[in-house]
Design a protein around this ligand. Sequence first.
Ligand SMILES: Nc1nc2c(c(=O)[nH]1)N[C@H]1C(S)=C(S)[C@@H](COP(=O)(O)OP(=O)(O)OC[C@H]3O[C@@H](n4cnc5c(=O)[nH]c(N)nc54)[C@H](O)[C@@H]3O)O[C@H]1N2
Ligand SMILES: Nc1nc2c(c(=O)[nH]1)N[C@H]1C(S)=C(S)[C@@H](COP(=O)(O)OP(=O)(O)OC[C@H]3O[C@@H](n4cnc5c(=O)[nH]c(N)nc54)[C@H](O)[C@@H]3O)O[C@H]1N2
Ligand code: SF4
Ligand SMILES: [Mo]
Length: 679
Amino acid sequence: MKARATCPLDCPDACSLLLTLEEGRLVRVEGDPRHPITQGFACAKTYRYPERVKERLLYPMRRVGRKGEGRFVRITWEEALDEMAERLKAVLDAHGGEAVLPYHYAGTMGLIENQHPLAFFRAIGASELLETICATAGSAAWEMTYGPRLAPDPEDIPENARYILLWGINSLATHSHLTPFLKGAKARGAKVVHIDPYANPTSRFAHEHLKIRPGTDAALAYALAHVLFKEGLVDWAYLEEAATGVEEFQKEAENWPPSRASALTGIPEEAILGLARELGEAKRVFLRVGYGMTRHPGGGNALRAVILLPALLGAWRYPGCGAMLSTSGAFFLNRRYLGGRHLLEGPHPHEGYFRPNPKARAINMNQLGTALTELHPPIRILFVFNSNPLVVAPNTGRVKEGLAREDLFTVVLEQVMTETARYADLLLPATFFYEHPDLYTSYGHYYLSWNEPLAEPEGEARPNTWVFRELAKRLGLKEPTLHWGAEEVARSLLAADHPYLKGITLERLKEEGFVKLNLPKPFLPFAQGPVRFSPPPQVLPTEPLPEYPLILLTPPAHRFLNTTYGNVEALVAAEGGEPKLLIHPLDAEARGIRDGMLVHIRSPWGRITRKARVSEAPRPGVVVLEGTWWEKWAPDGKGVNHLTAERLTDLGGGSTFHSTPVEVEPLRLAGFAPGPQSC
Ligand SMILES: Nc1nc2c(c(=O)[nH]1)N[C@H]1C(S)=C(S)[C@@H](COP(=O)(O)OP(=O)(O)OC[C@H]3O[C@@H](n4cnc5c(=O)[nH]c(N)nc54)[C@H](O)[C@@H]3O)O[C@H]1N2
Ligand SMILES: Nc1nc2c(c(=O)[nH]1)N[C@H]1C(S)=C(S)[C@@H](COP(=O)(O)OP(=O)(O)OC[C@H]3O[C@@H](n4cnc5c(=O)[nH]c(N)nc54)[C@H](O)[C@@H]3O)O[C@H]1N2
Ligand code: SF4
Ligand SMILES: [Mo]
């Protein structure tokens, strides 16, 4: 059987896929040629999805070995659910809801399996997890500047954009379905410029690459603005109509002549001048910003400074032009009942076994390590789903210490035996995206879609929402939204009175699979503003430390999706078999490091060992570890986040994964006997 389903992964493309199933098992994945964004191709990763499925968990299990050891015995769902319910009741009675923490992120982007389990946690007044690991610095910056996260329609780019800036994003790897639109514009003569501290496939696609020093984007943006103001290249008519606070911003920009910005950013003065003049002349600019530049202590301000540039040029007047961070703000769904949000808003009408707690204790997911080891009163029950925190959260040393606590009861709902799953007391098998219904938005285009289950769950796998419905029954919780099935959640989401959603019903989604939002034509978000230039963004550069003079970037790998696919051997092999440190020849030479050598990488928070790859790709002073690899592939069995900090961004409480100060040294100098792989 062959049928359509939306790719559930955390990727802006939200592709429409054609799946071939044999006896309920996924055997082949193709891109849907009918979908205007997918255009008939998937990606290097998702073609391999069937290999992921082969590694799946099939039954509920209880831990028998030490935490982390990964020894389990099979149990029944009845036993698993009863045990969870008993433990929950005991902890809730003795310590209240805040002793319980859900840890979840974006294993699936389906709104229902991603968000609706939270209704259960909100109904018991659990500690509330702030979902900050990825997008909140960017979202906060965008919302301060423009309001809703709207962007030009990518389908309008080829015809309209004359100049393309890819800033802090390796879009060819992480947003590959934008590429055909960029190529379309390029073929019509648009120039493409990439701004990134290291060369990657996107730099090779661009006509020009500016290797910026990490965390200095705001200074570059101000210098570009400086030239635009000075040389009369600003669209004053647009600004007068659409923007506020321009004067204050202009004053700040006066302080950033290209010479000053050049010294800080490492970009030659002439390149800054040239870029500003070309932008000023082109006006029809499409700026694609990634979250890369936001993963710094000053990342929110940096993003604000950068996304103001298209406004200065009046680019928002043209279709396909302006700035794109995310399109997710266009899905004006009714989210009031999704994940029981209404329970956080105040007293609720249907009290159950426990009172909801509108003032639930909030825990920033970037600080899981500290939350598990230092919080008072402590977390006693942890539920992990849609996430692999042992590997993806910063400061892994701390996270492991927390997960190893004997007095912590950990439940992990997973599809595969991740390194987090090995720490579970109860490990529960989750369904795959073609086994459960769900509603999908996108953060890179404007299609809404629906997945109908295409197969019965294999083994005893169950959807996340099923597990929490069963628990709610056992706890006697009466709150109605806890007991909603997927269609009820979907209907409630679609019951929104917004012109973009007009005529989009569940029936239509079921029939057509995906439906484009009713965007106005031409689609010109922010053509009339509002654009808020004040307060003027601050320049808050990322600084190394005297003992840690290099800055480590940890951007995504081409063939993994965070840690998803990190166990698929063909993809691991294609990524080089093990994680390697990219280091510039000058930095390598200064440290006696040769290509292929094992090196220690130290930060104030931990140390790991990697093979060095001496390469001109990063700028001097910057080292790069691509990909959040599973720990098991590293020479020392330690993941990259042993090095990263729980430090938060200036706006939105976001993660700072690309700002880690490190030092690198050859293994032998660090006083360790060389292992068999070295030299
Ligand atoms: N293949 C693949 N695709 C993915 C993912 C994946 O893991 N693999 N992850 C998905 C997810 S969860 C997300 S959030 C997105 C990632 O989305 P983004 O972070 O938006 O995109 P990346 O392409 O990773 O861009 C990060 C780039 O920013 C650069 N960078 C780091 N610091 C700075 C800085 O200070 N200034 C500038 N200008 N650039 C900087 C990095 O070198 C890197 O090239 O991609 C999604 N798509
Ligand atoms: N150093 C460093 N660390 C990073 C990043 C970085 O660039 N550098 N990127 C960060 C970013 S942008 C993000 S978004 C986070 C990503 O962090 P996570 O969202 O934790 O992403 P994954 O590592 O892909 O783990 C998702 C897990 O969910 C599981 N899963 C998938 N579908 C389901 C389901 O339906 N039910 C259940 N129960 N489980 C399911 C998958 O098997 C997988 O193990 O990582 C962050 N960590
Ligand atoms: S991971 Fe992204 S590019 Fe690959 S199939 Fe899924 S949505 Fe498309
Ligand atoms: Mo992300």
